[in-house]
Design a protein around this ligand. Structure first.
Ligand SMILES: NC(=O)c1ccc[n+]([C@@H]2O[C@H](COP(=O)([O-])OP(=O)(O)OC[C@H]3O[C@@H](n4cnc5c(N)ncnc54)[C@H](O)[C@@H]3O)[C@@H](O)[C@H]2O)c1
Length: 312
């Protein structure tokens, strides 16, 4: 199989690529290194890495028409600055439209997309959230632009699978609480913890399901989630344990901010029905593997699409 992966130097893209290469598939990827790292992908005879942007329509058309992929796995996304509406729009809306139209124009058989659960808004009408929950993304630039990309895909007529994701973490995770907790604890700085809960899932568990989707399993929108959440404090404790810290600053517990939400629990029943039961990796194992990655490669700052005030 030939797979074109956008954002292949990122967390999800690089794990999917490794699994595709392992089973003998041929992979082309494009990444602008906005949040990804080139070293996330080892050189391989069946892999071509292009450093460039999905915003470049001419380049995307050329790559897709020359490579003629069977499947297009679109993981590239902009999210690192909540005030940077320009880049979110360029990458997620314009870039997303470029990738979808190229897939249509050059006969790509399947398109796989990754959506944020923030597409349901900060105050979901019911929880666990079912797939028929209305999309209410008008709370952040990230959610608006990612939802536009998903909407284009849904009207494209392409054979597609959309994974609306719980919090995907593990090695190469550069955004959200896990790298922030690690870096601040490593720097002996205090952390703050919001009174909220999240469903954390391991990136390799997702990548396995993505490969099944590449091979033709499923159609339409799915939740990739375990359906069970944990307190952010439990994640913090797992980081402290994995770092084997004996002394560390006491975290400050804060109420959730205006652009945050207590919990976003996604109902995974359609995923289990169509893809089979998923044996989710434990939070301890997930966090340990992420910490092992940070120990070796460091983190990349404190990216989050939330607008809370960052502590110095
Ligand atoms: N990780 C999660 O919990 C989560 C949750 C919901 C949705 N998602 C979605 O999953 C996808 C992958 O997320 P991830 O966790 O791997 O993030 P990531 O930041 O590790 O990967 C995104 C990759 O896209 C690249 N990129 C950004 N703009 C680009 C552009 N204009 N052209 C080419 N490449 C570009 C980045 O450099 C990065 O390598 C994204 O679409 C994201 O919106 C992730």
């Amino acid at each position: 199989m030939k797979a074109f992966v956008t954002g292949g130097c990122g967390q999800i893209g690089s794990h999917v690529i490794e699994m595709l290469l392992e089973r003998g598939d041929e992979v082309l990827t494009i990444d602008n290194l906005a949040t990804g790292r080139r070293e996330h992908l080892e050189d391989h005879n069946n892999l071509r890495v292009v450093i460039g942007t999905v915003v470049d329509k001419k380049l995307i058309d050329e790559l897709v028409s020359d490579f003629r992929p069977d499947v297009l796995i679109h993981t590239a996304a902009s999210y690192k600055d909540p005030e940077d509406w320009y880049n979110d729009t360029m990458t997620n809306c314009v870039g997303g439209a470029n990738v979808i139209t190229a897939a249509k124009a050059f006969g790509v058989g399947r398109f796989i997309y990754f959506q944020t659960s923030l597409c349901y808004g900060l105050k979901p009408l019911h929880q666990p959230i079912r797939l028929d929950h209305p999309k209410l993304p008008a709370t952040s630039s990230y959610a608006i632009s990612k939802t536009t990309n998903e909407d284009y895909l849904q009207i494209s007529g392409l054979d597609h699978v959309i994974f609306r994701l719980a919090n995907v973490v593990g090695p190469r995770n550069v955004a959200g609480p896990l790298p922030i907790f690690y870096q601040r604890l490593r720097d002996h700085k205090p952390c703050f913890i919001t009174r909220s809960r999240r469903d954390f899932v391991f990136v390799k568990d997702l990548a396995h399901i993505v490969l099944k989707a590449c091979d033709g399993m499923g159609y339409g929108a799915y939740h990739f989630s375990s359906g069970k959440d944990i307190a952010i404090k439990d994640l913090y404790d797992a980081v402290v344990k994995a770092m084997k810290l004996e002394e560390y600053p006491e975290p400050e517990i804060r109420d959730i901010g205006p652009d945050d939400t207590f919990s976003i629990l996604l109902d995974p029943s359609r995923t289990f029905a169509d893809f089979g039961e998923i044996k989710f990796t434990s939070i301890e194992e997930t966090v340990s593997s992420a910490i092992a990655y940070y120990e070796k490669h460091g983190t990349m700052g404190e990216y989050t699409h939330l607008r809370f005030e960052k502590k110095k």
